[in-house]
Design a protein around this ligand. Sequence first.
Ligand SMILES: Nc1ncnc2c1ncn2[C@@H]1O[C@H](COP(=O)(O)OP(=O)(O)O)[C@@H](O)[C@H]1O
Ligand SMILES: [Mg+2]
Length: 228
Amino acid sequence: MKILETKDLQKIYGKGETEIRALDGVSFSVEKGEFVAIVGTSGSGKSTLLHMIGGLDVPSSGKVTVDGQELSHMNDEELTIFRRRNIGFVFQQYNLVHMLNVWENIVLPVRLDGRKPQKKYIHSIIRILGLEEKMESLPSALSGGQQQRVAIARALAAKPAILLADEPTGNLDSKTSQDVMGLLKMTGRQFHQTIVMITHNEEIAQTADRILRIEDGRLRSSGEVRAW
Ligand SMILES: Nc1ncnc2c1ncn2[C@@H]1O[C@H](COP(=O)(O)OP(=O)(O)O)[C@@H](O)[C@H]1O
Ligand SMILES: [Mg+2]
């Protein structure tokens, strides 16, 4: 089952001489439960693509469909609600709320949506991510790797249709990066979670089931499926 589909996505910044085609006709799809990495050098259009998929910005043309719903058909308010319920984000900066402890951070998006956190499910995520001992801690008392694990737990807590990660290990050393990637992958598997991850790091990309390559706003390869 296709959970994500883009058709001929274009994003043009600026006009005339200063025009930049950040995305120039990007079409691909992702099956439910897949873990896809999108790789490209700096400036190739990765973050722009992620913003379009996640409904954080609108394309100049083309369309994005998430879980059967076309994002361009929604107004701002509908899109905000759709994002909260269906898309989990993990960024390079962990974006945790400093005044809230780990548990409060993890359940915040679910609470903002007026729902009750599913405690059993969230505790199982916390266990896999090795955060049991840290529930009462404030983010400032955690290492970078631990903070990113909290951000992953927060992204998964709402059971999103897709989890989008933009350079999730960009601020971590290579050992911690491998650990965090291993955990991201393990939670993805366990909960049949679809993950689309952006990275410029080839080694990190190799963790994924499939790799898409982007260059100057175009997909160069629509995915080498990795054998297990
Ligand atoms: N808001 C913006 N306004 C103008 N140009 C932008 C904007 N965001 C990105 N770009 C340009 O679009 C291209 C792709 O950027 P980006 O998607 O951030 O690349 P990546 O994440 O792969 O490094 C770059 O040339 C960048 O300078
Ligand atoms: Mg980027």
